[in-house]
Design a protein around this ligand. Structure first.
Ligand SMILES: NC(=O)c1ccc[n+]([C@@H]2O[C@H](COP(=O)([O-])OP(=O)(O)OC[C@H]3O[C@@H](n4cnc5c(N)ncnc54)[C@H](OP(=O)(O)O)[C@@H]3O)[C@@H](O)[C@H]2O)c1
Length: 355
């Protein structure tokens, strides 16, 4: 029957490991595994030594978190990695050596040539070439390319300039906790303590509460931050267009969840109307158009929280450049920007029999 996915008809059960299970992204991945996107065998929850022994309930079973080690991947079919780049660099090759297919949420392998960088709504076919590792793109890139894909297909894309308004949950649970504490400190008239943002490992830290920080990740030699260069390079790779001009400015805001982006695009086709652009976006895979200035309808981070889609609104024609348009794109960075995209990738791999 059309529309029935393969795995329902096969009895195959997949053993799954979640590496970084106690973290912000790992916890969300577990919540999507509860939706049983495919048949599970054993599920392992892995972390550092610190959290080993913690217990979580998943699919009506109590599972004890174990320390992630090379042997943890014996007999594992699919592993979700979200425990930081250095953990992926060390343990992903060990998992692949044992026949595990890895979906990696960190930046460790995103730009490696033979590693597909996948957003299923945009380039699902790239999965077919995988050699054991599939990389999940950066959260801010994922939501942008979901909106850029239908524009590129319909009108051709000739330039992208993006400014982001990113949530603190993108920097992990400890950054969320710090913002929470700073809000309380500010309201109580106390000095705000800053030890994490903009970047834990950098020299200086600034309060995030009631502030805006134009630094996400460390600075590169060219003056852009690593996050900005991720958006530039990953967008070109996912859209298979190395010549596409892309520039990014990434800013952290005191928002807990969902990134927002102001995106300027130029298209190849002349004379595209705003209505045509809206229609194209409304029909785009994984996209929801929320755009009506009369009813003040537009996406916001709070509204997008917990949802799997990418929301787009405030679509306008540029005032001076003939083929230029402005968009406002919002999505939950932990859901579509991380956990849901990885679970979608795993489901595609199962349905395409690529595990
Ligand atoms: N947050 C986002 O929006 C987002 C989006 C896309 C990708 N990512 C990437 O996903 C990764 C995790 O992000 P997060 O926000 O979930 O961070 P997080 O909340 O700080 O969680 C980190 C997780 O990694 C585990 N871990 C740390 N060191 C480890 C080690 N040596 N061995 C095994 N596990 C270890 C931690 O376990 P313990 O409990 O034992 O410390 C915890 O489960 C990062 O690389 C991040 O770049 C994040």
């Amino acid at each position: 029957m059309e529309g029935v996915i393969n795995h329902m008809s096969t009895e195959k059960k997949y053993n799954v490991a979640v590496v970084g299970a106690t973290g912000a992204v790992g916890q969300k991945i577990m919540s999507f595994l509860e939706e049983k996107p495919f048949n599970f065998g054993e599920i392992k929850l892995l972390s550092s030594k610190r959290s080993a022994g913690k217990k979580f309930s998943l699919l009506n079973k109590e599972i004890t978190v174990e320390e992630a080690k090379p042997e943890s991947f014996d007999e594992v079919d699919i592993a979700f990695f979200s425990a930081g780049g250095s953990v992926s660099e060390k343990l992903v090759p060990e998992a692949v050596k044992r026949g595990t297919v890895v979906i990696d949420n960190t930046s460790a392998y995103r730009m490696t040539e033979d590693v597909p960088l996948v957003v299923p709504e945009v380039n699902e076919d790239a999965l077919e070439k995988h050699q054991g590792i599939i990389a999940n793109p950066n959260c801010s890139t994922i939501q942008m390319v979901v909106a850029l894909k239908p524009i590129a297909e319909e009108f051709g894309l000739s330039r992208v300039i993006v400014s982001t308004y990113q949530a603190v949950s993108g920097a992990g649970l400890s950054a969320e906790e710090e913002l929470n504490n700073q809000v309380k400190q500010y309201v109580n008239g106390e000095k705000m303590e800053a030890n994490i943002l903009p970047v834990g490992s950098d020299k200086k830290h600034f309060p995030m509460a009631f502030n805006a920080l134009p630094q996400i990740d460390v600075f590169q030699e060219n003056g852009y931050t690593k996050e900005e260069m991720k958006m530039v390079n990953e967008t070109k790779k996912i859209l298979s267009n190395n010549n596409l001009p892309v520039a990014a400015t990434c800013v952290r805001l005191p928002v807990f969840t969902s990134h927002a982006e102001s995106v300027y695009v130029e298209v190849d086709k002349a004379g595209v109307s705003v209505d045509e652009l809206k229609e194209t976006l409304a029909n785009g895979k994984g996209l929801v158009l929320e755009d009506n200035i009369e009813t003040q309808t537009y996406p916001t981070p709070l509204e997008a929280e917990g949802k799997k889609e990418v929301f787009v609104g405030r679509i306008r024609k540029d005032l001076d450049t003939a083929n230029g348009y402005h968009l406002w794109i919002v999505s939950d960075n932990l859901v579509k920007g991380a956990a849901w995209n990885t679970v979608q990738i795993a489901t595609s791999l199962v349905n395409k029999d690529l595990v």
